[in-house]
Design a protein around this ligand. Structure first.
Ligand SMILES: *[C@@H]1O[C@H](CO)[C@@H](O)[C@H](O)[C@H]1NC(C)=O
Ligand SMILES: *[C@@H]1O[C@H](CO)[C@@H](O)[C@H](O)[C@H]1NC(C)=O
Ligand SMILES: *[C@@H]1O[C@H](CO)[C@@H](O)[C@H](O)[C@H]1NC(C)=O
Ligand SMILES: *[C@@H]1O[C@H](CO)[C@@H](O)[C@H](O)[C@H]1NC(C)=O
Ligand SMILES: *[C@@H]1O[C@H](CO)[C@@H](O)[C@H](O)[C@H]1NC(C)=O
Ligand SMILES: *[C@@H]1O[C@H](CO)[C@@H](O)[C@H](O)[C@H]1NC(C)=O
Ligand SMILES: *[C@@H]1O[C@H](CO)[C@@H](O)[C@H](O)[C@H]1NC(C)=O
Ligand SMILES: *[C@@H]1O[C@H](CO)[C@@H](O)[C@H](O)[C@H]1NC(C)=O
Ligand SMILES: CC(=O)N[C@H]1CO[C@H](CO)[C@@H](O)[C@@H]1O
Length: 716
């Protein structure tokens, strides 16, 4: 009889259990060999064997091919069996019929790395994915297809969706990547959380679900298809659960012969500009995973995300910060975050010890108290595993099979032999760590910087004209975040103060009057429209009003994305509406149009010495050497306002440090620069700053992990 012991003894015990688990691997056939994949009411069946699988999301475009092997290795070491990724349609088919699977888009290389490390893969094709990714992963050109309605029983959409899904499935088959061919892919997903929007499509919703399922199944991959958060997923596709607490909320598979699968157990939550990081404790995640496995007969759990990574370039969805799920078990840089990583690793090892009773035993539910119960799994050959659950807010002692067990509040103890506690979700016995950013280079020599002021276009310089305010993305086609709206105005009473009111449905607006900055305003994730209200001074005669409307990623959430309206909706001067006056438009920035971030000289770009009085809309450039070593590196942009960064032409992402959280902090100050983007010396750093940030305050840091304190299980 072993009761929960001190952290050290328990750690030893865990190691023994992990060893036993390793020995059992062969016996249980848990060697992740591929073969035909089917399922029944208990689990997925691979090569004839039932499987209890732990999975983690790692999205290939959110890191670099150079990072993939180590991310996958750390996932495997953390006890995962499966790597899950979406397929990101808009990076693969940026123009209709023109495909790109090169470099960081090489999904086949990613999946082959998963295979080489002996793991399975779950391929969530979508091809609508949301994923806090620009436009939910849909290519923007779809919007120009006449009559298209996305994600609905709509022929123009279905043709494109089928075309891309087929393209991906064929590509995987050609490479032998489905388990049925000896490859790693054991599951594929069609659509994504459709039930969240289905009602908005009225009678066009249900037939679309059926069509999507049939279309997917007809591709004959030899592995099952899942539809997450789709309780009516048509046979044989499997409905799966997404959420924080599937152990409590999942209503179960929609057929007794489908297994319980949790496709998105959120390890944290995405972060928006102005938002704080969401910290979900290792204990809370472990509790809900153990509960899902015990109470819901869960047979597949996927961590969303196991590694979040970086929204490089313009890939982030509306208002999303550049770092993605930094609080996951592997942080943005791919470094192990403790105690999350190890605590979950111990959970996986303990649950794996229960594999036989869990998969082949019968379950009983025994009450141990008002808020305490035991889920007991027993096979005919009397192998037994128990999960002792305390849903109460107090630590309690319970009597289970004549033995007393201490159960901390809101925790689950796992007893792989119905006697010995191998793991308790609340007792964290691993070393905590903290991440340190050590500045190794300061960009404080102003003479090493050059700048270029983005020209402010006037109405006279525009070619696209319309007597109204146009929808933004209809003009930009999302080729840029930026659209200039320009007009001319002659004031009735000159030299006077006028109120300028701009109503916008984009994300940011910067106003310029006769080339001089006259105010800015912005919205937020929860504020889809906003106003700029400023007093401006007009001159006698013609005045040039230039308004730069900015998007910060396109939303991928909700129905009818093809009808979304962005950009300026109303402009008033001294109360008079100018919305239907002649407006001139310019798409993008001069710097963007001449690819200033590639460093190659262009005739329109005249770089000059750094001016001490920074003005809005300025490009900055300098060069730097790579810090020695292999540790990840990041730029501290805390001295800047809002804009975007490039290193050697690679888009590092947008930054928006001037948008403060309620605590008065930027949501993200450090921006990951992957090592593989760098040369040893002379790396080109280019920044576009929309506000009046100070580039001389930027630093380059090396990211490292320090173990901090050992927390004894009894002391927590
Ligand atoms: C893996 O499992 C398959 C099927 O159960 C078996 O044929 C194969 O020998 C196993 N491989 C190893 C290395 O155990
Ligand atoms: C998969 O199923 C097919 C058709 O039932 C069968 O021919 C094939 O041998 C199976 N493959 C494996 C690896 O079991
Ligand atoms: C997809 O559409 C392209 C044209 O854009 C066509 O060439 C291709 O054959 C189609 N592929 C499939 C699998 O339907
Ligand atoms: C198990 O029993 C407890 C009461 O002891 C009850 O609260 C709980 O809902 C039961 N769970 C299942 C999955 O039957
Ligand atoms: C518990 O103790 C009682 C009486 O001492 C005994 O009859 C019973 O078999 C025991 N149960 C187990 C599971 O050991
Ligand atoms: C407005 O723009 C025109 C064309 O660029 C320019 O000639 C004129 O001087 C500008 N007016 C003011 C007041 O800046
Ligand atoms: C949006 O969120 C911010 C911060 O949480 C809050 O101050 C603001 O009132 C919210 N706006 C709306 C329209 O809910
Ligand atoms: C604009 O000026 C008016 C009158 O001077 C004043 O009442 C108002 O507060 C000012 N508005 C802003 C946004 O500064
Ligand atoms: C889509 C979804 O279910 N989101 C939920 C995730 O969990 C958080 C916190 O529990 C909820 O606020 C969301 O609504």
């Amino acid at each position: 009889m072993v009761k929960p012991e001190s952290g050290v003894i328990r750690l030893l015990w865990i190691s023994v259990l992990v060893l036993i688990a390793a020995l059992f691997d062969g016996v249980l056939g848990d060697n992740r060999s591929s073969g035909n994949v089917t399922y029944d009411g208990r689990s997925l069946i691979i090569n004839g064997e039932h499987k209890l699988l732990f999975s983690g999301s790692i999205h290939y475009p959110r890191s670099t091919p150079e990072m993939w092997p180590s991310l996958i290795a750390k996932a495997k070491a953390g006890g995962l069996d499966v790597i899950e990724t979406y397929v990101f349609w808009n990076i693969h088919e940026p123009q209709q019929g023109m495909y790109d699977f090169s470099g960081g888009r090489d999904i086949v290389r990613f999946l082959k790395e998963v295979q080489a490390q002996g793991l399975y893969a779950c391929l969530r094709i979508g091809p609508f994915i949301e994923a806090e990714w620009n436009y939910g992963g849909l290519p923007f050109w779809l919007r120009d297809i006449p009559g298209i309605v996305y994600r609905s029983d709509n022929e123009p959409f279905k043709v494109r969706m089928k075309n891309f899904t087929t393209k991906i499935v064929n590509m995987m088959m050609l490479e032998g990547l489905y388990a049925s061919e000896g490859g790693p892919i054991i599951l594929s997903q069609i659509e994504n959380e459709y039930s969240m929007v289905e009602k908005f499509f009225n009678e066009k919703g249900p037939p679309y679900v059926k069509w999507a399922a049939n279309m997917a199944v007809s591709l004959q991959t030899g592995v099952p298809w899942i539809m997450c958060k789709q309780n009516d997923a048509p046979d044989p596709t499997i409905n799966t659960c997404n959420g924080f607490k599937c152990g409590e909320t999942f209503t179960g598979p929609n057929s007794p012969n489908k297994p319980s699968i949790w496709t998105e157990n959120w390890t944290t939550y995405y972060q928006v500009y102005g938002g704080e990081p969401y910290i979900r404790s290792a204990e809370d995640i472990a509790f809900h995973v153990a509960l899902f496995i015990a109470a819901k007969k869960g047979a597949f759990v996927n961590y969303y995300m196991y590694h979040g990574g970086t929204n490089f370039g313009r890939s982030a969805g509306a208002h999303m910060i550049t770092g993605y799920y930094d609080q996951a078990p592997l942080d943005e840089y791919g470094l192990i975050r403790e105690p999350k990583w190890s605590h979950l690793k111990e959970l996986h090892a303990s649950v794996k010890l229960c594999t036989k009773p869990l998969l082949y035993g019968t379950k009983s539910n025994i009450s141990l108290g008002i808020r305490q119960n035991a889920f007991v799994f027993k096979t005919k050959s009397r192998e037994c595993a128990a999960f002792l659950v305390n849903r109460g807010v107090k630590d309690v002692s319970v009597l289970f099979q004549n033995v007393t067990y201490e159960l901390p509040s809101y925790s689950i103890s796992i007893l792989p032999d119905c006697k010995t506690v191998a793991f308790n979700t609340k007792r964290v016995s691993v070393q905590y760590n903290t991440r340190t950013m050590k500045a190794v280079h300061k960009f404080d020599s102003s003479y090493k910087w050059q700048e270029f002021n983005e020209p402010i276009p006037n109405f006279d310089q525009t070619t696209l004209r319309e007597n109204k305010l146009l929808e933004q993305t209809g003009i930009t086609k999302d080729s840029s975040d930026y659209l200039w709206y320009t007009m001319r105005v002659e004031p009735d009473s000159p030299d006077s103060q006028q109120t300028l009111e701009v109503g916008s449905r984009a994300h940011v607006v910067h106003a310029f009057v006769n080339g001089v900055h006259a105010g800015s305003a912005h919205g937020a994730k929860n504020e889809s429209s906003f106003y700029l209200n400023n007093n401006i001074t007009l001159r006698r005669g013609t005045n040039n009003i230039s308004l730069l409307s900015v998007t910060v990623g396109l939303s991928g959430s909700g129905a009818y994305l093809e009808r979304r309206v962005l950009g300026l909706r109303r402009v008033k001067l001294r109360g008079k509406d100018y919305s239907m006056q002649p407006w001139g438009y310019k798409v993008g920035l001069s710097g963007e149009n001449s690819q200033i971030f590639l460093g190659s000289g262009s005739n329109d770009i005249q770089w000059s010495k750094l001016d001490t009085s920074s003005q809005p809309l300025t490009w900055y450039k300098t060069r730097f050497d790579a810090p020695p070593g292999d540790d990840p590196i990041a730029l501290n942009l805390g001295s800047m306002g809002k804009g975007a960064v490039w290193v050697n032409g690679w888009g590092i992402g947008r930054y928006w440090v001037s948008f403060l959280t309620r605590k008065g902090e930027p949501s993200q100050k450090w921006y990951h620069v992957p090592r593989s983007f760098l040369k040893p010396t002379g790396n080109l750093l280019v920044i576009f700053e929309e506000e009046t940030g100070n580039p001389v305050g930027i630093t380059l840091g090396v990211v490292s992990i320090t173990k901090t304190l050992f927390v004894d299980a009894q002391c927590t």
